[in-house]
Design a protein around this ligand. Structure first.
Ligand code: UDP
Length: 240
């Protein structure tokens, strides 16, 4: 299936994408290089919303596994996503890309609250809008936050930048003969538990007809290639 071209996208990056060679935290050089990819997409005329996870700093489930209250740990995870959003905002603005951060948890001294109409105005002015703090509630993930913002901002697609180049029938890091799909249906992803994103996020995209494009963000220049309809990726839609 030929991949369609999109105008307004939501780009979801996991927190791990910011770690670079490190085991945790934020690697400024890696963030700068990701910002360069976003800048190129912006320069090509794309309207961009960004959601960045927080797993490089804190993951609620891991905290809960060590005995923390799950909701408390999840709030810490949401705050981690705000730090990542601010790091990306800084890197983008150093490249001259105007940005606004909107957080689902209000913190007026740091960024704007999520206001959809305001975000629309930012996009119209050519700014990149970075949505932080997921959906603002524990027991969710930033994947679900990304699907929610993609729906309310009426994005043409959700681009999920990961460390693999698409959706496979089994884990390509564990199984050398794993087969990559060029395109696949939401229901197959959910039915076969293919772990593209969490199930709530996939279902939200399915119910709102938002294609999910899974691609490798670690290859330099890949975002531009995939946005142009080239490069290796898997598109998840209602059609197989
Ligand atoms: N989180 C949450 N609600 C949300 C989004 C995130 O509670 O709406 C918490 C949750 O603890 C999660 C952490 O923030 O583990 C970091 O987000 P995520 O794991 O999605 O980050 P990623 O894997 O993309 O780096």
């Amino acid at each position: 299936m030929a991949r369609p071209r999109f105008h307004r996208i939501l780009l979801k990056l996991s927190g791990e994408a910011l770690m670079g060679p490190g085991q945790f935290g934020i690697d400024p050089a890696t963030v700068a290089s990701l910002a360069g990819e976003v800048q190129a997409a912006r320069a090509a005329g794309m309207e961009l919303c960004l959601v960045i996870g927080g797993g490089n700093i804190f993951r609620g489930m891991a905290g809960a596994a060590k005995g923390m209250d799950r909701a408390q740990a999840d709030y810490m995870g949401m705050l981690a996503t705000v730090m990542n959003a601010l790091a990306m905002q800084n890197a983008l603005e150093q490249l001259g890309v105007e940005t606004r951060v909107q957080s689902a948890i209000k913190m007026d001294q740091v960024c704007e609250p999520v206001i959809r109409r305001r975000a629309e105005r930012h996009l119209a002015k050519g700014r990149v809008v970075i949505f932080a703090a997921g959906v603002g509630s524990p027991y969710f993930t930033t994947d679900t936050g990304a699907a929610l913002r993609a729906a309310e901002m009426r994005c043409d697609a959700l681009f999920k930048g990961t460390s693999v180049d698409g959706v496979y029938d089994s884990d390509p890091k564990a199984n050398a003969s794993a087969k990559r799909y060029d395109s696949i249906g939401y229901d197959r992803v959910l039915g076969d538990d293919l772990r593209v994103m969490d199930a709530a996020a996939v279902a939200l995209c399915r119910d709102n007809d938002i294609p999910i494009v899974v691609f490798n963000i670690r290859q330099p220049g890949n975002l531009a290639r995939v946005l142009a309809g080239d490069g290796t990726a898997t598109i998840v839609t209602n059609e197989e």
